[in-house]
Design a protein around this ligand. Structure first.
Ligand SMILES: [Zn+2]
Length: 466
């Protein structure tokens, strides 16, 4: 290895010590892998987010573009498909299974291939290779994505069995929601078992931040953790980036390196609800994780980051709209006329509006559905919605204000946003790779090819399927 460095120094004339180290690192396998799975993040949601950050309209991005954009610029990217053995569209279970095992599967299956056989996943392999392993999800840790990296069940709904298998695998770090699946019914003794296995068990932010070493099991909600847009109401709950940062601190203590899977899971929920403000809040939280991961990688050479989505949810984007009023003037916030005419091409101020949102519209709708119909007057809805959105919403042109899903659709129209679906689409996805060997992730591939690429990156050469 020394010889290579020497040769490069001669060739390049002047190479600083740091550059020389980087060159060495790029010829060695990566020691650590941080795999960030943004559930539901189709390419249009990446664009939606990065364009908002670039526009300068968003609070935290007045001076800089998104961390996601930095990672893309510094790394390598490609496009990949996620179809299963028999379907064009996938779900999180099959997607996670195909990503974590490299084997073709079918919707609903966890760590099981399309023929019904359990197949080894990346975390099991990494553990065999002596690496520390960890999973994080801001949904629940037994949810399809983390489950696909840690368990083998025929049906993703079998969360009690998934929890048991996760403890049997015994990752050094398990953080997220889903306490119920570790403490209810047939799993009522699971937390005691975890303690016997040496896990420090924490249930709130304070005790999470205090953890210094050893195995850590953090369960911060019975089921899913709060939506990012509602985190202001949950001061005792850690955020996704706080969980990720703690996991990195603990896993970095292992001399053999680690593999950590971090899922931004509620992005999918927000996009299923076609809730633009909630979606933006989840993407902002994800962006903090990307920033923390890249900062970690810079401090710990030999760390590889892979950022991708399991599938697209919602297929939502700004679209132009033909208006009835041909004389409409489209103005900036300062009142300057941008253009006149009967088409609305979208306005960057919308991002500043979306950032004000303080409630998940889906949860709000659930609350309203529990109320007696006579309570849902137009003025009640106008007041409640304004409070949830954080600004006085103008519903004067809305039609049929007693139809709640209809109101949310019209709100999206007001923003200039269109969503194609409340389910998943088959949109081709973007995979971003950063670190030694990143060039392997160029071009077009399939999600079953991610694992073989990562195995090469990590130096896991020999096949070891059981
Ligand atoms: Zn979904």
């Amino acid at each position: 290895m020394r010889k290579i460095v020497f040769g490069l120094v001669i060739l390049c004339g002047v190479v600083s010590g740091v550059q020389a180290e980087e060159l060495v690192a790029s010829t060695s396998p990566a020691k650590n892998l941080i795999w960030i799975v943004a559930d539901g993040m189709g390419p249009e949601l990446m664009g939606f987010f990065m364009e908002g950050a670039r526009s300068g309209a968003m609070r935290d991005y007045k001076k800089d573009v998104a961390a996601m954009e930095h990672l893309i610029n510094d790394g390598e990217q490609g496009l990949f498909f996620n179809n299963t053995q028999g379907t064009i569209v996938t779900d999180s279970a099959a997607a996670a299974t195909q990503m974590a095992t490299g084997k073709w599967s079918l919707p609903g299956r966890i760590g099981i291939d399309y023929q019904g056989n359990p197949v080894e996943n990346l975390l099991e392999l990494a553990k065999k290779k002596g690496k520390a392993i960890g999973i994080i999800s801001d949904a629940y840790v037994t949810d399809a994505t983390p489950a696909g990296f840690t368990a083998h069940v025929q049906n993703r709904r079998d969360k009690t069995e998934i929890a048991r298998q996760q403890l049997a695998l015994a990752p050094e770090v398990i953080l997220g929601g889903g306490k119920k699946y570790f403490s209810d019914g047939e799993n009522e003794n699971l937390l005691a078992q975890a303690a016997e296995q040496g896990y420090q068990i924490v249930f709130d932010k304070k005790s999470l931040l205090k953890a210094r070493q050893g195995r850590l099991l953090g369960l911060f909600a019975d089921k899913g953790m709060p939506m990012a847009v509602e985190m202001h109401a949950h001061p005792k709950t850690p955020s996704l980036v706080q969980m990720a940062q703690k996991a990195l601190d603990l896993l970095a203590q292992d001399e053999d390196g680690f593999v950590l899977m971090v899922e931004a899971g509620k992005l999918d929920w927000a996009a299923h609800a076609n809730d633009a403000g909630a979606t933006l809040a989840e993407l902002k939280e994800l962006d903090k994780v990307i920033d923390a991961a890249q900062a970690f990688a810079k401090q710990h050479p030999g760390t590889f980051i892979y950022l991708n989505a399991d599938h697209d949810t919602g297929l939502g984007s700004f679209v132009y709209q033909n208006l009835d009023n041909s004389g409409a003037a489209h103005k900036t916030r300062q009142g300057e006329v941008l253009y006149k005419g009967n088409v609305f091409y979208g306005n960057f101020d919308t991002y500043a509006k979306l950032e004000k949102q303080r409630r998940s519209l889906y949860y709000l709708q659930q609350e309203w559905e529990k109320l007696p119909a006579e309570k849902l007057t137009p003025s009640f809805i106008q007041k409640q919605l304004s409070k949830a959105l954080g600004y006085p919403v103008d519903m004067s042109e809305f039609e049929n204000v007693s139809d709640v899903p209809g109101i949310f659709k019209q709100l999206n129209t007001q923003y200039g946003l269109a969503w194609a679906t409340q389910t998943h689409s088959a949109a081709v996805l973007i995979g971003v790779a950063y670190g030694p060997g990143q060039e392997k992730f160029k071009g077009v591939y399939h999600n079953t090819e991610i694992l073989p690429k990562l195995k090469t990156v990590l130096g896991f050469h020999e096949e070891s399927y059981d």
